[in-house]
Design a protein around this ligand. Structure first.
Ligand code: C2E
Ligand code: MG
Ligand code: MG
Length: 508
């Protein structure tokens, strides 16, 4: 091959200096076929050291080379899907870690995912249908990723994804995780069936969650198991999720005392009416003022509270404190509706409606001061019970919002039938809508969908003026996000209400 000529010339010149040289070059046959040859040059020198003869040896190594290549492929590829296997994934991770260490700035994202209910497909439709599903999943996932990302099948229904060389680990990971989840929105057609599948994604970031492969893999696994059957379908590793971590046990013990020791507190983030620019409400967001660890965000302890059976007393406390705070704001002339987040397990608790109504009565607060945010998963869980609780709450005068809309699988029928007041669009869609056409489409369609169903629609994660302007054009009703204000402790929120330009607009 002409490209190999300089290599041959250099080898020849080396041989002329008296050194034995070995090179591998390609030769093109008249029929176009490329073959590999190993060439060795053996120089012979006379008494004065001058090279007087060079013997050459040329050997066709094509077959051996193809064989090695094939063995390498077999050893590193998953036979069913053609994706890299665990060995190759480990190689790529090692390379990515080495590059990130040299660079000192870059991060690596590792995601582990497995399919929800895959075993049922294998059991009911047979293994060949299961294999077909895995192949289709691999194709869809591959289609959404960049060439530099490694998607691997680790075995069974488990896949892994490595994104090397990332600057903003968390936000990139969140965006990619959402893209992966979107791949599962359309059904998979297998053996004359239309199958709807889901996946659970556990995410770790190098170096934040670990600097070696074993730690990263096992922590991604912990995150993956923690996100099973929960919205939004992916989760970053956090020490509290780790059932083995000593710290986690300690935190769980601490959490049992947090309520009694008055360590939980609520921050409030305003919600603005996009038409009038006035403050219409707020969302109560829980924080834990841990005596040693400082202020902990909900993702650090709410999953723990769920596992430790503490979510009910915490939810009751959140509802009671919110109503009390709202009552104070009403008395001061701020007519706000404040939303609380009620997770699935607390929502299905039979005492919820009674607790809410007695808290309202006990604090002589109007029911209009309270909104309850639930996620789409709650709607899908036990629809009979959920529908009854929703109706009872609505009869009290409380409104219901669906939080993080777009990350779960609500059926249109439920959205129509159930007394839901507001859809809140998941923050990542809003944050990315300027860069990602798919997200812009999701935002636009959600706004239209909500309005067609006669519901209000609120965007969370409004971080910029551009996002605000676009939402205004799209006809979104409400907005919440850092562009307006970060979540604030109650007294700072009260101060904000008095001084912020947003709240000078007429109240609704
Ligand atoms: P969420 O209900 O969807 O709350 C919105 C989250 O987005 C909050 O995170 C808020 O601080 C954050 N956020 C608001 N504006 C922006 C923005 O412009 N950009 C970005 N990037 N983020 C923004 P936070 O407070 O960490 O809460 C996280 C989640 O924890 C909440 O998501 C909710 O699901 C849960 N949570 C919060 N408070 C409670 C609670 O009292 N009880 C329960 N069970 N869960 C809670
Ligand atoms: Mg919420
Ligand atoms: Mg939300």
């Amino acid at each position: 091959m002409p490209e190999d000529k300089p290599l041959v010339r250099a080898a020849w010149e080396q041989a002329l200096t008296g050194n034995q040289v070995e090179i591998e070059t390609r030769v093109q046959r008249p029929n176009g076929e490329l073959r590999w040859f190993r060439r060795v040059f053996y120089p012979y020198a006379d008494g004065s050291g001058r090279v007087v003869r060079i013997d050459g040896l040329m050997e066709d190594t094509t077959n051996a080379k193809t064989m090695i290549q094939r063995l390498h492929t077999l050893a590193t590829t998953d036979a069913l899907t053609g994706l890299p296997n665990r060995t190759l994934l480990n190689d790529r991770l090692i390379q990515a870690i080495a590059a990130a260490q040299r660079d000192g700035q870059k991060q690596i994202v590792l995601m582990l995912m497995d399919l929800n209910h895959f075993k049922e497909i294998n059991d009911t439709l047979g293994h060949s249908a299961g294999d077909e599903v895995l192949t289709l999943v691999a194709q869809r996932l591959r289609g959404t990723l960049r060439d530099t990302d490694t998607l691997a099948r680790l075995g069974g229904d488990e896949f892994a994804l490595v994104l090397p060389d990332i600057a903003h680990g968390r936000s990139t990971a969140e965006r990619v995780a959402r893209k992966v989840l979107q791949c599962f929105h359309a059904p998979f057609r297998v053996a004359h069936n239309e199958l709807f599948l889901g996946t659970s994604i556990g995410i770790v970031i190098y170096p934040e969650h670990g600097t070696d492969i074993d730690t990263l893999m096992s922590r991604a696994d912990v995150a993956m198991y923690s996100t099973k059957n929960k919205d939004p379908g992916f989760m970053f590793y956090a020490p509290v999720l780790d059932p083995n971590a000593q710290k986690h046990l300690q935190l769980s013990a601490d959490l049992r005392h947090a309520l009694a020791r008055d360590e939980l507190m609520l921050y409030y983030q305003p919600k603005i009416d996009l038409r009038t620019g006035g403050v219409v409400g707020a969302e109560a967001l829980i924080r834990w003022r841990h005596p040693q660890l400082g202020i902990l965000l909900p993702e650090m302890f709410i999953p723990l509270a769920e596992r430790a059976g503490l979510i009910k007393p915490i939810t009751d406390w959140v509802i009671h404190s919110t109503i009390k705070q709202c009552r104070q704001w009403h008395d001061a002339g701020h007519r706000l509706r404040v939303a609380v987040n009620v997770p699935g397990r607390a929502f299905q608790d039979p005492s919820l409606v009674g607790n809410v109504s007695s808290a309202l009565l006990g604090l002589s607060a109007a029911p209009e001061c309270l909104e309850i945010e639930i996620t789409e998963n709650v709607l899908m869980s036990d629809t009979g019970l959920v529908a009854k609780v929703l109706r009872d709450l609505t009869e009290l005068g409380i409104t219901i919002a669906i939080d993080d809309f777009g990350t779960g699988y609500s059926s249109l029928a439920y959205l129509k039938q159930l007394p839901l007041h507001t859809l809140k669009i998941y923050k990542s869609f809003i944050i990315d809508m300027h860069n990602d056409e798919n997200d812009a489409v999701i935002v636009r369609s959600t706004i239209d969908l909500a309005h067609n169903l006669g519901r209000q629609v609120v965007a969370e994660g409004v971080e910029t003026k551009e996002a605000w302007d676009l939402l205004w054009v799209l006809g979104c009703d409400g907005a919440q996000g850092f562009h307006i204000s970060r979540p604030l402790p109650a007294d700072e929120f009260t101060h904000w209400l008095k001084t912020s330009p947003w709240s000078t607009a007429p109240l609704q």
